[in-house]
Design a protein around this ligand. Structure first.
Ligand SMILES: CC(C)(COP(=O)(O)OP(=O)(O)OC[C@H]1O[C@@H](n2cnc3c(N)ncnc32)[C@H](O)[C@@H]1OP(=O)(O)O)[C@@H](O)C(=O)NCCC(=O)NCCS
Length: 418
């Protein structure tokens, strides 16, 4: 049984019960969330969502017999430095406009996090609709993503050599089974990505209802083979546009995944080679994408960085044991946690042999659990958290040593909103 802290706001939400939904009730919970977002859930959307969200991981905030808030946890296998761990992926969170700011989300959050803890999911991850919402529940900014808009006419590679590459163009439904091996190879070294089931591919990633295309083409899939080996792919749409007889279309990349430098270059060469296009854009790229370093005129790629994965450490020792470390050292840090009392206190991480974690020692650093969440995948440095006045360095040089241990070779990234 997990020990929960007593500090939480309850405002007027005393009359609200938060509970797991039954299979029959799940659709109502999903509708509640969609209503909170102001969306209209179509029957085909509902069917697709229900195929990926398990009813026993779905929760509702109930007033009398009405659902007024909802949310659910996906069961993810999340890549972390050196491996992967079970993680709760929080989704479908919403409270009806009539019931906001009464503490209902706060009640729901304790339920989502306790459920994750009970299932031995050491961390909870989410994409936030608004970045103001989740730090209060112990989430830290663990991964950022990069959006780009590239002027196609200016895209030239510094090294334009080729490496036995061929491109195959498929429709989304043809591609389902071909994409996963490429995705899995990329995922194995990229913290923040999670495993996809075939259902996820069909009902989530490759789902392509006409209503969601906003005037663009159906989703196309290009697979790049290098020496006949499938090595990269992109999911994209074409948004056509003509002005005064001049083609000014856009390639809208939904996802671009490569497994080597040669396949990354071949993929971008293909995407920059699509005719009748002025702009190639993607909203979901890792911040360390090699693309700007590959081209001769990188300023012709407009870049925007934004928050992507927020991570909450649910179980400190399990999370610390679940990843590997880039340096051998021994460091103690003090954690404050308003929700899980068991996480609070001083933890010592010793990576001089196989990583060992003990609930004792002296605190070289002090931080809130959300700062550990921000740093956990290697995407936010402890040095910057100390500079921001969030974490405190009690031993000189401790933040630098922490960063050497927690560093990740690839920047953490999550390629899709869930
Ligand atoms: C975000 C949402 C779920 C919050 O639900 P809620 O029940 O109103 O939240 P609570 O009353 O429990 O809020 C707890 C605290 O968070 C703050 N908060 C919550 N959502 C906020 C928001 N969108 N903007 C600013 N503050 C917010 C509250 O002011 C409150 O602060 P306090 O403890 O300092 O008083 C709800 O506004 C909603 O459904 N929004 C639209 C859908 C959405 O964005 N869902 C999130 C998907 S990731």
């Amino acid at each position: 049984m997990v020990a929960l802290g007593s500090q939480h706001h309850d405002y007027g939400a005393m009359d609200i019960e938060v509970r797991r939904t039954s299979k029959e009730e799940q659709a109502r919970a999903i509708e509640t969330c969609e209503l909170a977002f102001g969306w209209n859930v179509r029957p085909d959307d509902m069917e697709a969502i229900q195929k990926t969200v398990e009813p026993e991981r779905t929760f509702a905030a109930v007033e009398g017999d009405r659902f007024v808030g909802a949310g659910a946890n996906y069961a993810f296998e999340l890549t972390v430095p050196g491996g992967h761990i079970p993680a709760a992926g929080l989704t479908l969170v919403g409270v009806l406009p009539s019931h906001r700011r009464r503490g209902i989300l706060s009640k729901l959050m304790r339920e989502f996090l306790t459920d994750a803890h009970d299932r031995s999911e050491a961390v909870s991850v989410l994409w936030a609709s608004e970045s103001i919402i989740y730090q209060r529940y112990g989430y830290g900014l663990a991964a950022r993503h990069m959006s780009i808009q590239a002027e196609r006419a200016h895209m030239r590679f510094l090294d334009d050599s080729r490496s036995g590459e061929t491109a195959r163009l498929l429709t989304a439904s043809e591609a389902v089974t071909e994409l996963d091996p490429i995705y899995e190879k990329a995922r194995s070294t990229r913290p923040g990505m999670f495993a996809r089931s075939e259902t996820w591919w069909r009902e989530h990633r490759l789902r392509d209802p006409e209503q969601d295309r906003e005037g663009a083409s159906p989703l196309w899939v290009v697979i790049i083979d290098i020496e006949d080996e499938p090595s990269a792919y992109a999911l994209y749409r074409i948004k056509g546009n003509w002005e005064d007889g001049v083609p000014r279309g856009t390639v809208q990349i939904a996802e671009a995944i490569s497994t080597s430098s040669a396949s990354a270059k071949a993929l971008w060469r293909y995407l920059f080679g699509v005719d009748l296009i002025e702009t190639v854009e993607s909203h979901f790229m890792p911040v360390d994408s090699p693309l700007p370093l590959m081209v001769s005129d990188p300023r012709r790629i407009k870049v925007r960085i934004s928050d992507c994965l927020w991570l909450r450490v649910v179980d400190v020792p399990a999370a610390l044991r679940g990843r590997s470390y880039a340096a051998a050292d021994r460091i103690g840090f003090e954690i404050r946690d308003d929700i899980f009392d068991d996480n609070a206190g001083i933890w010592t991480l010793d990576t001089t042999g196989s990583a060992e974690v003990s609930h004792d020692g002296t605190a070289d650093l002090s931080m809130d659990v959300r700062d550990l969440g921000a740093a956990y995948l290697g995407g936010t440095t402890m040095t910057s958290l100390v500079e921001a006045g969030r974490a405190t360095e009690n031993t000189t040089g401790a933040a630098t040593r922490f960063d050497a241990m927690f560093r990740s070779a690839q920047a953490p990234w999550c390629p899709e909103i869930f």
